[in-house]
Ligand binder design. Structure first.
Ligand code: SF4
Length: 375
């Protein structure tokens, strides 16, 4: 089905008798990057709005978890490893204190960027005399390899500070609200590869919203958009799979088994959003010896000014929930740019603000200019 070229998919979409306005949400930073870099927003008819939703794990990682990682790195005799884009995420701290892992490193902490969980194990094996804490923030696609690491055996000196999240509960929360803000969903390809496309059936069955799983090429994304548009127009609803090359029924069974074996699912905090039920992973009792939250002191300091909050003026929470576009934030491109990010959405490669800025979508938009949401 996806064998058509992007140009052909665009032709097919333009030929549809579209309503005055259709809002299609994606919930994957990789999708948002592909959509933006391919210029799909300007190529599609004007009445189709592509809304970036909750697809960036760095953006929603709780401020207090980043603060904890910074304090562990500064106060414990450890090596702290984290994916590169976590290092620049800012927290709320006094001006002279470390406000990011990068700043903690500049103050002498041993903080190292890594590209995969295996690298964390490698660093632990090469430093047997020192505890290594892996600050693992991510969605299912990141948490599954962490679970695999635990189940398959890790060095005694490797500990995990986990900030893992499930994506679908955030979409469920949006759909349960009075203003979900979208009419159709492009479901995430990577997450579906691990967890199975079935996780997204509730969107169709419970809420009557068309949905299609997409891969990361323009043709796969356009195929998924076309599918959801046809579902809307023909008043049919089903979960389409436009990424059959990798997304199979049931997902990756071994990865799911390892997640089940090593993790509990818990209510979890999303930065700027609040607690979302059953949206977090926590290392379970069996693997608690490698849980940094059990093995090291807590440095939580709820008395900090703006503890847990977004930086002043940052609208990341609204961006993450698809309530505003990145360039509707008044700091976008003014005080907040990739070299001097104010909020996490401008830090991470999966953050919508950074993606839009990198793609040259830099004109600020006044809220009043955005078309009003339909009922
Ligand atoms: S532009 Fe910067 S301050 Fe505004 S929402 Fe994005 S990250 Fe936050």
């Amino acid at each position: 089905m996806n064998s058509d070229t992007p140009a052909r998919w665009l032709e097919k979409i333009r030929a549809l008798p579209l309503p005055a306005r259709v809002r299609i949400m994606n919930v994957c930073g990789g999708h948002e990057r592909s959509i933006t870099m391919a210029g799909l927003r300007s190529a599609l008819p004007e009445n189709i709005e592509l809304i970036p939703g909750p697809g960036c794990p760095v953006c929603i990682c709780p401020e207090e978890d980043v603060f904890e990682a910074i304090q562990l790195a500064l106060n414990e005799d450890i090596i702290l490893v984290a994916f590169g884009d976590m290092l620049r995420v800012p927290v709320n701290a006094p001006r002279k204190a470390a406000r990011s892992l990068e700043q903690a490193r500049a103050m002498g902490a041993d903080v190292r960027p890594i590209a995969s969980p295996l690298e964390a194990a490698h660093i632990a094996r090469n430093n047997p005399g020192k505890p290594v804490i892996f600050f693992a923030a991510g969605f299912e696609t990141t948490t599954a390899p962490v679970a695999a690491l635990l189940v398959e055996g890790v060095p005694d000196n490797l500990f995990v500070l986990l900030s893992g999240r499930l994506t679908w509960p955030a979409v469920a929360m949006l759909l349960a609200s009075d203003v979900p803000g979208f009419d159709a969903l492009v479901a995430p390809g990577h997450v579906s590869t691990i967890m199975g496309p079935e996780e997204w059936e509730f969107v169709v069955q419970k809420h009557g919203i068309p949905a299609a799983v997409a891969g990361f090429t323009a043709e796969s994304l356009l195929a998924a958009m076309y599918s959801t548009l046809r579902q809307l127009l023909e008043d049919q609803r089903f979960l389409d799979n436009c990424y059959p090359e990798l997304v199979r029924p049931g997902g990756n069974r071994r990865a799911r088994q390892q997640l089940e074996q090593a993790m509990d699912v818990t209510d979890a905090n999303w930065r700027g959003v609040g607690i979302i039920p059953a949206s977090g992973f926590a290392i379970n009792q069996q693997y608690r010896a490698h849980d940094a939250r059990q093995a090291f002191p807590s440095y939580a300091d709820d008395a900090r000014k703006r503890a847990g909050e977004m930086p002043p003026g940052c609208d990341c929470a609204s961006v993450v929930l698809g309530k505003i576009y990145p360039n509707e934030c008044r700091l976008f491109g003014a005080a907040c740019k990739p070299r001097h990010p104010i909020g996490p959405c401008m830090v991470s490669d999966e953050g919508a603000c950074r993606i839009w800025w990198s793609a040259g979508m830099r004109e600020p938009v006044l809220k009043a200019e955005r078309p009003q949401a339909s009922a």
